[in-house]
Design a binder for this molecule. Structure first.
Ligand code: MG
Length: 387
C-alpha cells in the first residue's frame, strides 16, 4: 500500500498510461481519472433509468427481482473484489461495470432483439454500441462536451462486442475487433463479472418466481456441489436461506476460481504492461477448464428452463410487440415523439437520410424503461387512454 492507494500490477491499466478523453480536460484534483469516469456514470440519467429496466423479468412483474441497476451494482461488486486480488485498477473495473448496461433497451433481451430487427435495414441495433452512444453522445450534462467524455479505457471496456462494419466506423476504439486483439484486463474482468452475476441471480430470481426448482437444479453440477455441502452442514435450513446460501457459495466458488486460474495464466504469460495484454489474441482472465465447463452447463440449463419457460416467453412476446409497434408508428410519423426527439430525428435525417431518422427513433425507444414503454404503447394505441 502506498498512501492508501493500492499498488497496481505492471499489467494493470495505469492512470498515467491512459489514452485520454475525446475532449481534453484538466486532471481531477482529488480523484483518479477512472474514479471521475465512475462518478460521471453514477450521476448520469441513463444510470438512474436502470432501476426500471430488467433482464429476464418485466419490471412490474414483481419488486423482488433484480433490475439492471441492482445487476450493475452486483457486477461492480464482484469485479472490485477480483480487481483487488489481482492488483488491477479497481476504479476502472468499477466504472466499466456500472456503465456496461446503460444502452440496454426496455424488456431486456427481447426488447433488444426486437429493436435490432426493426433497425436491420438501418445498420442494426447492438446494445454494447448503444451503451457507448449513451456515454459518448446521448447524455446531456456538461457545457463543454456532448456525453460524459469518458477515458478511452472505460469506453474500450463498454464496447464488449462489435460487428466488423461498426468497428471500422469507430476508429481507434474499433481497431481491436479488426485486429483480433484483447481489451485491458479490467475490461476482461467486467465481462466475466457480468456472467457470474447474472447466472447466479437468475438462479435466485428464477427459483423465487417458481419457474425453476431446486430439485431440477440439483442436476446441474455447479449447483449440486454447493447444495450438497450446505444441506449436509445445515440440515433443516428453510428453503429461502438454503437458496441464498447456495447462491452465495456459487458466486464465491466462481470468483475464487477466476482469481486462481487468472493468476496462473497471467504468471505464465507475464505481460510487461497493459499494452502487452492487449496485443494477445486470447484473454488472460479466465476460469479454470473444469469450472468453465460447469459454468457453461449452468448457462445452458438457464437458457432451456428459465429463458425459454412459457411464462417468460409470454412476457417477451408482449415486449417484442410493444417495441416493434412503437418503432413502426414513430418511424412513420416522428411527430408522435416528444419535441426534443422530433428535433433529433429531423437533424439526424438531414445528416443521414432515413437511417438517421430511424436511429433517432431507436435512441428514443432504447432510452425507455419497461413501464414507460408500456405507457407509451397505451397512449398511442389504446383509444381509452389519455395522451
Ligand atoms: Mg450485464
Amino acid at each position: 500500500m502506498n498512501g492508501g492507494t493500492p499498488v497496481l500490477a505492471p499489467y494493470a491499466q495505469h492512470d498515467a498510461a491512459s489514452r485520454g478523453r475525446r475532449f481534453p480536460e484538466p486532471p481531477p484534483r482529488h480523484r483518479t481519472e477512472y474514479q471521475r469516469d465512475r462518478d460521471r456514470i453514477v450521476h448520469s440519467t441513463a444510470f438512474r433509468r436502470l432501476v426500471y429496466k430488467t433482464q429476464v423479468f418485466v419490471n412490474h412483474e414483481g419488486d423482488l427481482y433484480r433490475t439492471r441497476l441492482t445487476h450493475s451494482l452486483e457486477v461492480a461488486q464482484i469485479a472490485r473484489s477480483v480487481a483487488r486480488a489481482l492488483a488491477l485498477n479497481e476504479p476502472l473495473a468499477e466504472a466499466i461495470c456500472l456503465a456496461h448496461d446503460l444502452g440496454h433497451t426496455p424488456f431486456g433481451h427481447a426488447g433488444q432483439d426486437a429493436l435490432h430487427e426493426c433497425m436491420r435495414e438501418f445498420g442494426g441495433f447492438e446494445h454494447n454500441l448503444q451503451s457507448l452512444r449513451v456515454v459518448d453522445e446521448l447524455e446531456e450534462r456538461y457545457a463543454e462536451f456532448p456525453g460524459l467524455n469518458l477515458t478511452f479505457e472505460t469506453r474500450e471496456g463498454i464496447l464488449k462486442h462489435c460487428s466488423a462494419a461498426n468497428a471500422r466506423r469507430l476508429g481507434d476504439l474499433g481497431e481491436r475487433f479488426l485486429q483480433r486483439r484483447q481489451p485491458g484486463l479490467e475490461a476482461q474482468l467486467a465481462n466475466l463479472a457480468d456472467e457470474i452475476a447474472y447466472n447466479n441471480h437468475d438462479v435466485d430470481d428464477g427459483i423465487r418466481a417458481g419457474l425453476i426448482s431446486i430439485e431440477e437444479l440439483r442436476g446441474v453440477a455447479i449447483f449440486r456441489r454447493q447444495y450438497d455441502l450446505v444441506t449436509e452442514r445445515y440440515p433443516g435450513l428453510s428453503a429461502r436461506r438454503l437458496v441464498h446460501e447456495v447462491v452465495r457459495r456459487m458466486i464465491d466458488y466462481l470468483v475464487n476460481d477466476l482469481i486462481d486460474a487468472s493468476s496462473t495464466s497471467i504468471a505464465a504469460a507475464s505481460p510487461a504492461d497493459a499494452e502487452a495484454v492487449r496485443a494477445r489474441s486470447e484473454p488472460l482472465l479466465t476460469f479454470g477448464p473444469e469450472v468453465s465447463a460447469e459454468h457453461l452447463e449452468l448457462k445452458r440449463y438457464l437458457r432451456q428452463h428459465l429463458y425459454r419457460h412459457y411464462k417468460v416467453l409470454r412476457m417477451t412476446n408482449k415486449a417484442r410487440r410493444v417495441v416493434r409497434e412503437l418503432f413502426e408508428a414513430m418511424l412513420e410519423d416522428v411527430d408522435l415523439m416528444p419535441t426534443e426527439h422530433q428535433e433529433a430525428a429531423r437533424r439526424m435525417e438531414a445528416e443521414g437520410g432515413r437511417s438517421g431518422r430511424a436511429r433517432a427513433v431507436a435512441d428514443y425507444i432504447a432510452g425507455m424503461t419497461d413501464r414507460f414503454a408500456i405507457l407509451e404503447y397505451q397512449r398511442l394505441f389504446d383509444p381509452s387512454e389519455r395522451t
